[in-house]
Design a protein around this ligand. Sequence first.
Ligand SMILES: [Zn+2]
Length: 267
Amino acid sequence: MIADHRKAALNKLASHIASEFHSQNVSLLEQIAESEGIAYYFDHYENSFDGMLVCDENNHFHIHINIDRGNTQTSKRGRFTFAHELAHYFIEEHRIPLMKGDIPPHGSLHDFEHRDATEEEADYFAGCLLMPENRFRNIPTGRKFSLETILKLSETLNTSILSTVLRFVEIGTHEILVVVSENNIVKWFAKSKDFPNWSFRFKVHQTLPAATVAGEFFTKTDSKYTGIEDVEPENWFFPAWVPKTQMHEQCYYSESYGYVISLIWFD
Ligand SMILES: [Zn+2]
């Protein structure tokens, strides 16, 4: 968890940069890198990392982005990886140890399983850089929340689905819970501040609750439901009260990467 005051500082810096380099709703990452004299390379690095920031002996910075893991210059995933590496550059506490050689260059992964505070901060900063609050909130997405809302934002801002979902948790117009799973195992979750604070029927790194839409997808044949499903809170939680409105679950299935995103919300 990043402290609120730290988030505010990262958001302020990222939003300022985003306001200077954008074309309509899309942040111009190449221009940001060029303005700082950072060289960038979209190249083949096999399965080792998504992106990496390197400082050479002349204190010049280089960003390596791995095409072999789907990070092309125009792909949404590639753009997030680029923004994540720019974050390591713009956040002083990340850049200075790299310049001094105090820490070796490290590969970053586009998976949002927060392994350490540095990665979490870079993911957060990247989200702010690609999806500043004023742009995010001004995109018309209709009154009712659903997966469509996320897809619309992702298309308009040219941002990956995972990063858009996480940004929506932070600053979206509806309270949601997001659970990302793979092979029936929960990888991570995120929820809006105002979403009910109920105990979950799942734990990270353990199996999904069987009665959920995502759980059924992994355990029953012909159970790939893509629509908005009306579901019982008991499927996911130990509810502390009876909700006044209907709970929904809608899943996004990533063909390329094998993960499933469950969006959970109330009317
Ligand atoms: Zn990183």
